[in-house]
Design a protein around this ligand. Structure first.
Ligand code: NDP
Length: 254
């Protein structure tokens, strides 16, 4: 069972674009049935059709994970539909950069609500099922992958609250890892550098240029590169837990 997810079920949040979308495809390619959660149902439906065409199985879950009841319902629906839950990729996130001075506080709320509270809601609802999968499932191990960022390691001028949320994900993940690892639920932190996705579309015009100038001449990673890393993490033998994976574009210095 080392390199296959046959017979397992995965839930990916933020699956309607970017890293989450690529990860859902990758986990399905490796044999998992995938529950795909995000707010844009049309994008999820299109993704599910592509997964089905490739011989996989996908369940569309229109979900706003910032609403605790919706995150819980997504987990419950995945378990009800597929009968179990072995892998969760808590990926949904938003990056609203810019100076702290005069920042719209609403942007801070959005990042805290999604990057922290959305991830907590998803994790809390999923944990009993992951513990059950590790106890009695075919692989006798389960995986929770938390998508953080290089910003979860390094704070920079202009990324204060985004970095705060991603540092929080790292702290929470490490604490939870220690809590559940002896029960064979592996908690992995993935910390990407710059990836070409829709993430920067949400930046205010006045901060986009300044924020992105660092990456102007750089070949960024593709979402598939991160999906490949996540696929690696969740297919290790039961005795191996990848705890943390920092992955940058080759040309990204810091
Ligand atoms: P995208 O903007 O392409 O993807 C973000 C995903 O989150 C979308 O599917 C979006 O779907 C979903 N989402 C947003 N709000 C909610 C919500 N309330 N409930 C459920 N889902 C939601 O960006 P990426 O793929 O790049 O981002 C994925 C993760 O990777 C994020 O956590 C980000 O911080 C992290 N990351 C990205 C990097 C990059 O350079 N791109 C670098 C480091 C980390 P919808 O709008 O349909 O709800």
């Amino acid at each position: 069972m080392a390199d296959t997810l046959d017979g397992t079920v995965a839930l990916v949040t933020g699956a309607s674009s970017g890293i989450g979308e690529a990860t859902a495809i990758e986990l399905a390619r490796r044999g998992a049935k995938v529950a795909i959660a995000a707010r844009r149902q049309d994008r999820l439906t299109d993704l599910a059709a592509r997964i089905d065409e490739a011989g996989g199985e996908a369940l569309v879950l229109e979900t706003d994970v910032t609403v605790e009841a919706e995150a819980r319902a997504a987990v419950a629906s995945a378990v009800e539909h597929f009968g179990r839950l072995d892998t969760v990729v808590a990926n949904a996130g938003v990056m609203l950069l810019g100076p702290v001075v005069d920042a719209p506080a609403e942007e801070w709320e959005r990042m805290i609500d999604l990057n922290l509270k959305g991830l907590l809601h998803t994790t809390h609802a999923a944990l009993p099922h992951l513990l059950a999968a590790a106890d009695g499932g075919p692989r006798r191990v389960a995986d929770l992958v938390l998508v953080s960022s290089v910003a979860g390691r390094v704070a920079r001028n202009g990324n204060g609250v985004y970095s705060l949320t991603k540092h929080g994900v790292g702290a929470f993940g490490e604490s939870l890892r220690q809590e559940v690892t002896k029960r064979h639920v592996r908690v992995a932190l993935v910390e990407p550098g710059a990836v070409a996705t829709e993430l920067t579309d949400h930046l205010r015009d006045e901060v986009r240029e300044a924020s992105m100038s660092r990456f102007a001449d750089m070949e960024r990673m593709e979402a598939e590169d991160i999906a490949d890393a996540i696929g690696y993490i969740v297919t290790r033998p039961r005795r191996v837990a990848v705890n943390e994976l920092l992955i940058r574009p080759t040309e990204q210095e810091g």
